[in-house]
Design a binder for this molecule. Structure first.
Ligand SMILES: Cc1cc2nc3c(=O)[nH]c(=O)nc-3n(C[C@H](O)[C@H](O)[C@H](O)COP(=O)(O)OP(=O)(O)OC[C@H]3O[C@@H](n4cnc5c(N)ncnc54)[C@H](O)[C@@H]3O)c2cc1C
Length: 392
């Protein structure tokens, strides 16, 4: 039997999270420290302390690290509540990239690595980075990785150029993907390294100007120049980076969907209110069919997205890896929510593209969501490849 009942404790926690976000975080949306390059570290720290005081910080962390360890299905409800403000997940410490990085590190970091690079992120005292994408190498196809790591038997020396690296400026826990080449001392291939952002040779060339503005410290171009790391900085095993990246990606794609579902709901609530009070041609605009259909299409899309997310979460909770399912869900949710946000802008008329409401900001950020953690076309490519393979 399929049961859509939300457990009482989960519903209560979601209500608490939503209340916290509305009462304490929404006001920061007008704070000048929410810049074109995302919230500053100062703003982030202030909001994190508010969440800590409410006992809500990093609620998703594994129990062994002091969190509540909700199931994937429970996370769907909780992250949706957090996403009501684009700053909510930042405050609660369940925003990208930290959330996905914490998930991965909890799975594969050893005790020493977890103490140095995971616990401080869970505690909200440090931020983290996942550095994979390159201007002329890894992107949709991580197999094109160009950054190299050479091993002399004692240390690895990393060289390469990364970009679109979220949160690079000021982050301490860095996960870097590099290709261990021609290693006479052991295994080779794409590998994850874990190190301090202050390691010599990690140079942030610039912060890119982007459409979105809700990731702390924006997105950086990072030169890795003779970054020397001890053998102990390998995360997991040499040559396994692509497998680990997949481990991180399936749930991380879904948590993006959950957070943006919350933001799209907020945009819809603002559009509905506007359609009730704004009048044109003798009646509220919501009574014109053109507007009412947009709002109805939004309600249908929001519920479609919610159900799709819940389904994929259920698969993960049953122990499935969820690669195919999370691809399907990410592709459809990012496209549908983007259309929801676009229709909300339309219902608002001219103010829809202004910062008089958060809808324009949600719309711009939603555009980026169609690209990261796999552009829609790449998910469709992977889905179709599976369909066409003989083992499907
Ligand atoms: C806001 C934001 C934050 C990001 N944060 C990070 C981060 O923290 N760390 C990090 O490493 N990266 C990050 N990225 C990078 C992101 O992972 C890449 O943008 C994404 O993987 C796509 O790679 P690309 O930009 O190189 O595009 P490309 O790989 O060059 O692809 C360009 C386009 O080609 C098309 N395409 C590619 N392959 C196929 C295919 N098989 N079939 C059909 N069409 C295809 C798609 O339309 C795609 O959009 C971020 C990106 C954004 C937008």
């Amino acid at each position: 039997m399929i049961d859509f009942t939300i457990p009482e404790a989960t519903a209560a926690l979601a209500a608490e999270i939503r209340r916290f976000v509305i009462d304490e975080i929404v006001p920061f949306e007008a704070d000048p420290r929410l810049t074109q390059h995302g919230p500053t570290d100062e703003l982030r720290s202030e909001m994190v302390e508010l969440a800590r005081r409410r006992g809500l910080l990093t609620f998703q962390a594994p129990r062994r690290f002091g969190g509540r360890e909700p199931s994937h299905a429970d996370q769907a409800v909780l992250y949706e509540a957090a996403g009501w403000s684009t700053l909510g997940p930042v405050a609660l410490n369940c925003a990208a990239p930290d959330e996905g990085n914490m998930y991965l590190l909890a799975k594969i970091a050893n005790d020493e690595q977890a103490d140095a690079f995971l616990r401080p992120v869970i505690d909200g005292h440090q931020r983290s980075v996942f550095a994979m994408t390159e201007p002329d190498g890894a992107g949709s196809d991580p197999g094109q990785l160009k950054t190299t790591a050479t091993f002399d038997g004692t240390q690895y020396v990393i060289n390469g150029l990364k970009w679109l690296i979220t949160g690079a400026a000021g982050a301490k826990s860095w996960i870097i993907m590099a290709d261990v080449v021609d290693n006479p001392h052991g295994a080779s291939g794409p590998t994850l390294f874990l190190c301090d952002g202050a390691t010599p040779g990690i140079e942030i060339e610039r912060i890119m100007s982007t459409m979105d503005r809700n990731y702390v410290a924006g997105h950086g171009v990072v030169r890795l120049y003779d970054v020397a790391l001890p053998a102990s900085s390998v995360l997991g095993e040499v040559g396994q980076a692509l497998r680990y990246a997949q481990l991180r990606l399936a749930p991380a794609r879904l948590t993006h969907c959950m957070r943006w579902l919350g933001a799209a709901e907020r945009a819809q609530a603002i559009a509905i209110e506007h359609a009730r009070v704004r009048r044109a041609f003798g009646k509220p605009i919501g009574e014109h069919q053109g507007v009412s259909f947009m709002l109805a299409d939004n309600a249908i899309a929001l519920q479609n997205c919610r159900l799709a997310i819940w389904w994929a979460c259920w698969m993960l909770d049953q122990g499935a890896k969820g690669r195919h399912e999370s691809s399907m869900v990410k592709a459809t949710v990012s496209e549908q929510l983007y259309q929801v946000a676009d229709r909300c802008v339309q219902v608002l008329g001219g103010i829809g593209i202004s910062d008089e409401t958060p809808v324009a900001m949600i719309f711009r950020d939603m555009r980026a969501f169609r690209l990261y953690d796999g552009p829609t076309e790449v998910h469709k490519y992977a889905i179709a490849r599976k369909l066409l393979s003989h083992n499907a």
